[in-house]
Design a protein around this ligand. Structure first.
Ligand SMILES: CC(=O)SCCNC(=O)CCNC(=O)[C@H](O)C(C)(C)COP(=O)(O)OP(=O)(O)OC[C@H]1O[C@@H](n2cnc3c(N)ncnc32)[C@H](O)[C@@H]1OP(=O)(O)O
Ligand SMILES: CC(C)C(=O)C(=O)O
Ligand SMILES: [Mg+2]
Length: 507
């Protein structure tokens, strides 16, 4: 049986999650890891959406060498030409062009007749084919589309040169039996079905995205689309790591392997969660903190006697290591580098130095450093490389039921330090007011999220903020053992990005 193609849209549909806003450096960092994970195709943005998205897509397309990079475009000439400019430098450029096909979308959104949609599909897919060696066409809202019309659209798109036909469940409306039947129907009613790869793309509004995707695979889909950790518009997309592990564990049933390097999953999941600020629920399949934890006595007894009694997936399979070498205060560089290598990181000298320093300072206050802490240090460290500003010092004076005050010292890239103090209704507000005074920026805090990385009193805190200034919205990320310090780091990270955006606009 042929291998299923993995189409990852973490950096396009995933980035459409409310509150997620990645800059070009973060997108490239995630894209590189997704490539390492073994994705076949990465959809990394919508080049016509903004200049920033265009540059992000272009940079990734020009950098990655082991997977195909694609970008989304409407059935609109200018979107397609813009996507071409962004993607043309890639090793295997492809375009993903779409138009809605359901009556609801035709009548209320596009205000087009079926005939007009058919003509638009033919015209735009042919245009795409002139520019790109590979064309993917999507019939948006396919699962609420009349089957006969959908088959007609798919046939026209294939005749016009599309190699991949995607049948998205855009609003997460379908169920496994129905979605499976839809693929079965298309197989019988699209004359050129075998000439194309049919793809599934599911959303999780009714909690069935992964089940629906697997049903499509059982009924002829040869490409599956989704995101890491299932992030995405509204309730999210199908979680690709869940699908890949299901295909592996239940090979007996599906018989369709994927190229995903399963032992890279934990690291990828952590990176995506840290940089997007989308926390992974503890009970989430495969990548949740509790996915391999056994709490009850009967289960623990069973696992101690024979692990397969209650464990169908071994943690090692998905890159959750179970190391006997404990890292702590007395560990040296060798043990640290060894663990980093075991976790699959390829860090350069500068990264090792910086992460090792952060690790050592963490050991002053935290007894045992877990793999989750190390993932966070690397993600946090990478977020801070080449950052225009860094927090040097934070001091807070707390008064119960009173005004709080904070003194903060910030260092810029050239080593210049500036210190200032401010007050606020709460400690974090006081810290943020002090940073605003130092950077002379009057930005608005539009989102603040805090999460503990591991359990226990000495767990690392990770803070994710979003700042807005003159219509520009950016996110920032900070990790520290202390909540106030993590909050300050996240704020200067975001504020630094804003400074860069405005410096670029002025130049
Ligand atoms: C299911 C999905 O995930 S689809 C992808 C969703 N992602 C995004 O929308 C993120 C990027 N989007 C954007 O930045 C903006 O929406 C842009 C740049 C694409 C367009 O912005 P604007 O020109 O201001 O249009 P706006 O977003 O308000 O409306 C969309 C327009 O595109 C039309 N449209 C929507 N889908 C398509 C399509 N596939 N093909 C052709 N036209 C389309 C709509 O009918 C509407 O047209 P109208 O202005 O004639 O009424
Ligand atoms: C653009 C398409 C493929 C999409 O994301 C959807 O329909 O959900
Ligand atoms: Mg989608």
């Amino acid at each position: 049986m042929s291998r299923i193609q993995l189409f990852d849209t973490t950096l396009r549909d995933g980035e459409q999650s409310p509150g997620v806003n990645l800059n070009a450096v973060e997108k490239l960092q995630i894209a590189r890891q997704l490539e390492r994970l073994g994705m076949d195709i990465l959809e990394v943005g919508f080049p016509a959406a903004s200049h920033g998205d265009f540059l992000g897509v272009q940079q990734i397309a020009n950098t990655l060498k082991n997977c195909s990079v694609t970008g989304l475009a409407r059935a609109k000439e200018s979107d397609i030409r813009t996507a071409y400019e962004a993607l043309k430098g890639g090793i295997d450029p492809r375009i993903h062009v779409f138009i809605a096909t359901s009556e609801i979308h035709l009548k209320h959104k596009l205000r087009m007749s079926r005939q007009e949609v058919l003509e638009a599909v033919k015209y735009h897919v042919e245009l795409c084919r002139e520019l790109f060696p590979k064309v993917q066409f999507s019939a948006e809202d396919a699962t609420r589309t009349d089957y006969v019309f959908l088959a007609q659209v798919a046939e026209i798109a294939i005749q016009a040169g599309a190699e991949v036909i995607n049948i998205p469940d855009t609003v997460g409306y379908t169920n496994p039996v129905e979605y499976g039947r839809l693929f079965h129907y298309l197989r019988q009613h699209v004359p050129s079905f075998e000439k194309a790869i049919f793809s599934c793309h599911c959303h999780d509004d009714l909690g069935m995205a992964v089940a629906n995707s697997l049903a499509a695979i059982e009924n002829g889909a040869r490409q599956v689309e989704g995101t890491m950790n299932g992030i995405g518009e509204r309730a999210g997309n199908a979680a690709l790591e869940e699908i890949a592990v299901a295909l592996h564990i239940r090979q007996d049933h599906y018989g369709t392997p994927s190229r995903m390097k399963l032992n890279e999953i934990a690291k990828t999941s952590t990176l995506v969660s840290r940089l997007t600020g989308m926390a992974v629920p503890r009970n989430k399949a495969i990548v949740g903190a509790n996915a391999f934890a056994h709490e009850s006595g009967i289960h623990q007894d069973g696992v101690l006697k024979e692990v397969t009694t209650y464990e169908i997936i071994s943690p090692e399979l998905v890159g959750v290591t179970n190391n006997s070498l404990v890292l702590g205060k007395h560990s040296g560089r060798h043990a640290f580098i060894n663990r980093m290598e075991l976790l699959g990181y390829e860090l350069d000298e500068q990264e090792i130095e910086k992460t090792f320093k952060a690790f050592k300072s963490l050991t002053d206050t935290k007894k045992e450093i877990t793999d989750a802490d190390l993932h966070a240090l690397v993600a946090g460290g990478k977020a801070s490389y080449n950052q225009p500003f860094e927090i040097e010092h934070v001091q807070v004076h707390f008064v119960s039921n009173g005004t709080q005050s904070a003194t903060v010292r910030v260092k810029d890239k050239d080593g210049n330090e500036v210190e200032d103090a401010a007050t606020g209704a709460g400690s974090i507000e006081a810290v943020y007011n002090a940073i605003q005074r130092i950077l002379n920026m009057d930005c608005t805090l539009v989102d603040y999220r805090i999460q503990s990385i591991t359990q226990g009193q000495d767990a690392l805190a990770q803070v994710h903020v979003e700042l807005q200034l003159d219509g520009c919205r950016v996110s920032g990320y900070g990790v520290a053992q202390d909540v106030l310090e993590a909050s300050a780091r996240a704020y200067v990270h975001a504020a630094g990005k804003l400074k860069e955006v405005f410096a670029e606009t002025r130049s």
